[in-house]
Design a protein around this ligand. Sequence first.
Ligand SMILES: [Zn+2]
Length: 305
Amino acid sequence: MKKIFIVLVVLVFYSTSVVAVEKYKFKYNLHENLPEKWVTEFKNIMNIVQEVMPINENTNHWVKNHIKLMNMLRGHTMDIYAWKSTKNPFPEKRANMRGSTLENTNSSEPWMQLDIYPQDWTSSRNRIRTYSVIVHEYFHVYQRSLSKSERALSDINPKWLVEGGAKVLEEIYTRQYYKKDLLKADIKETKRWSIKKVTKEPHLYEKHKTSPKKNGFDSMYTGSAFMLLALVNELKKNNISEEEAFELVLREFWIQRGKNDWPTAFKDTFGMSHNEFYERLSKYKRKDLKKILPSKKLKIQDIFS
Ligand SMILES: [Zn+2]
């Protein structure tokens, strides 16, 4: 009996150590000047996005090796720095960090930084943006992981797919968790983007450098978001559900991108070349926006599960 018990204990111990999946581990470096409420919400959001869009050793081989190496070298995979707009928040990391972004992206050791502006706390809409930016930047880490990239994403992928994806995901998230619709208001502001540029010269949105700046500046990535939603709309015409269409755009494309150049990944994922899509996009009008916004009932869990 005793022997059996020992064997069982050994088996249980062995099996739990085998099934433990090594995760992409974030280290939170949160400045003491951040409001407590923000910190609580930050942790909550990070838990949700990591559960819905997990990054771990099962993601792919590249991620597995990256996690193992980074966790061995420093005990975590990626740093996140967050502060409420202050001078030189983390001088030990880099002097005068500014803005919310993924930094050092042309390397294997990027970090996430979140620069929270105090004025954003004065309006409920902008306060939500201080939260949705967490979803946005996490999604960039997800895109990098799926596509096995050690380069700045928009240098080697269409910027409108990189940023339009992050922007639309933010929108779906804020709708679901805060009952607020941010994108519609952004897209309605004509000064933010130009329907003419988006539909007639979409290739300009493939690069940050060429994205229209005057009379159609891709402010808040509004033009990119419109393009991404038009792509989802075109996919739905092929009898694909909304959830599946978003899954193709927000996940499958990035998995394919890990295997091929972007035009090939595009064709393999969406069943049309990017030029065919641009041709279809040329028929869109500003008023089509209402028809292509994500439906109100859509949940991020429906897309990624
Ligand atoms: Zn971004």
